[in-house]
Design a protein around this ligand. Structure first.
Ligand code: AMP
Ligand code: TRP
Length: 351
């Protein structure tokens, strides 16, 4: 009836916006997880329908003690809520709801070996003993694509280390749309999800080595601030953080060449909700004798209450289980229609 150009470009995705992300229950959470992921989750829940899960399927790509996994899952759920995620607003759930794994299989037949061969995380995690890694560690990013696309999520808040997995997700969405999409391609079946990576907290580095990422697996506990650290631990770790003897510079360019100083300024900025330039405007010319105590005070002010709330939530595991069960039901309900449509598009009998 109309000769006007369609409001939507051919192939564009027209569904509602949705946020999805997750963290693995495979060790204590640290400041990098908090700034790179958790604080973003609670900010986004007020703007967009938000789904946040505990990545237990991804965790078992390396050995997890079956006697501990459920409790580790509760700990991550507690960390989500302690850092501001509201279970009545966001859907908080365990990843091991059926639909994720089922879509992951179909995506394993869409993704190409050559795409997975490029993934740097597998190379890092498998190390020298590639042939002894689980197959799941290799196909890990395909499951991640299924996690995201089963909800047709449009926005994925993550730290910088997840960028390549998001690119793979976009490739899988594009190939699925191309191979199985509605003829004409309007609208696209799957969205091209956007990674939300910006901000000074997207890549928090080790407190002992400004060239290594802050990580759960670093043998030195002084390399990271854990969400469950006490106020005294937090202050001690900031005090002992590696630095250089120079005062803080005036410009971001001068800061870039000083990895440890850059990291501490980035942490300050992320915790204070400021930019690194704003932090420099305040502290340029001042030495670490002044900056570190200010950072320690800020870190304790922001993080100690999160740890306290986590401990409070973990004291009532039955309540956490109720939240996870309700979330799992809600997640399944949201995922089921996508899976049904996918099965139809692929052509399965009875779909
Ligand atoms: P993981 O601990 O690998 O399951 O990561 C959970 C989330 O935290 C992901 O979104 C990561 O990108 C993010 N993350 C992990 N380590 C860091 C870090 N050092 N700096 C910023 N974000 C991080
Ligand atoms: N791979 C992510 C990590 O290690 C966790 C994860 C699994 C994830 N599935 C996801 C993150 C989907 C975002 C979206 O941190």
């Amino acid at each position: 009836m109309t000769d006007q150009a369609p409001a939507v470009a051919p192939g564009a995705y027209t569904g509602p916006s949705r946020v999805l992300s997750g963290v693995q229950p495979s060790g204590a959470l640290h400041l990098g997880n908090y700034l790179g992921a958790l604080v973003k989750f609670s900010r986004l829940q007020h703007e967009i329908d938000t789904f946040i899960f505990v990545a237990d399927l991804h965790a078992i790509t390396v050995w997890q003690d079956p006697a501990l996994l459920a409790q580790q899952t509760r700990e991550i759920a507690a960390a989500y809520i302690a850092s501001g995620l509201d279970p009545d607003k966001a859907t908080i759930f365990p990843q091991s709801v059926r639909e994720h794994a089922e879509l992951a299989w179909i995506f394993q037949c869409v993704a190409r070996l050559g795409w997975l061969d490029r993934m740097t995380q597998f190379k890092e995690k498998s190390g020298k003993h590639k042939e002894r890694s689980s197959v799941g560690l290799y196909t890990y990013p395909v499951l991640q694509a299924a996690d995201i696309l089963i909800y047709k999520a449009t926005h994925v808040p993550v730290g910088e280390d997840q960028k390549q997995h998001l690119e793979l997700t976009r490739d899988i969405a594009g190939k699925f749309n191309h191979d199985f999409g509605v003829p004409g391609g309007v609208p696209a079946f799957f969205p091209q999800p956007e990674p939300l990576i910006q901000g000074p907290g997207a890549r928090v580095m080790s407190l002992r080595d400004g060239s290594a990422k802050m990580s759960k697996s670093d043998p030195s506990d002084y390399s990271r601030i854990n969400l469950t650290d006490t106020a005294d631990d937090i202050a001690a770790k900031v005090r002992k953080a590696r630095t250089d003897p120079e005062p803080l510079p005036e410009t971001l360019e001068e800061l870039t060449a000083r990895a440890e100083a850059d990291n501490l300024v980035g942490i300050f900025a992320a915790l204070a909700g400021k930019t690194k330039a704003e932090v420099l405007a305040e502290y340029a010319g001042k030495g670490f004798g002044t900056f570190k105590p200010a950072l320690a005070e800020l870190a304790v002010e922001k993080l100690a209450p999160v740890g306290d709330r986590m401990r409070g939530l973990l004291a009532d595991p039955a309540e956490l289980d109720k939240i996870l069960a309700k979330g799992a039901a809600r997640a399944s309900e949201a995922a089921a229609p996508t899976l049904a449509e996918v099965k139809k598009l692929v052509g399965f009998w009875g779909a």
